[in-house]
Design a protein around this ligand. Sequence first.
Ligand code: COA
Length: 167
Amino acid sequence: MNSTRERVGLYPGSFDPITLGHEDIARRALSVVDRLIIAVAHTSTHDKRGLFSVQERVGLIREVLEDEERIEVRSFEGLLVEFAKAQGAHLVFRGLRAVSDFEYELQMAQMNQELWPDIETIFLVPEVRYSFLSSSLVRQVATLGGDVSGLVSPSVLKRLHEKLGGG
Ligand code: COA
């Protein structure tokens, strides 16, 4: 790889919705790459019932990270490695919250490597206060009327309330 070339990273996921834990990982990734593409997947490895449409998720991520000029947000269909190739990105970032994430993440990293040997997965660790956090927990707690204001940005909180009919 040419060392003077711009270093582009991908941070893929379902982000339904983006949480403070995801924001933390995205900002940390900026210390490793020149430009970060947050890639919202149309197809997740896990079967998930979505709350926000992919376009809504992209819009929310753009809103909460608008202060970061080096971050771009896109959605993608199909294989992550194909999207990475098309974007000229050899680095994929994933957050590791706990040991329980490890097996699944290792499987994905190795499958991606099998599909495209030039791809490297970099695992970043979020702040400990976000290590229990997941989008589905946020969705469930918000749906049941619990307070998630410490777990998502204010604009995400507002959209959650609108979506769930709470104001
Ligand atoms: N803060 C908060 N939550 C976090 C987090 C953090 N720092 N890091 C992970 N999570 C949570 C997510 O909120 C998500 O929670 P949920 O399951 O409750 O929604 C969970 O951890 C992991 O989901 P996510 O990061 O969104 O990944 P995923 O498993 O849904 O999908 C893709 C990962 C999109 C990268 C993968 O499915 C993919 O590459 N898809 C494209 C198709 C493909 O190429 N498949 C082959 C890949 S081997």
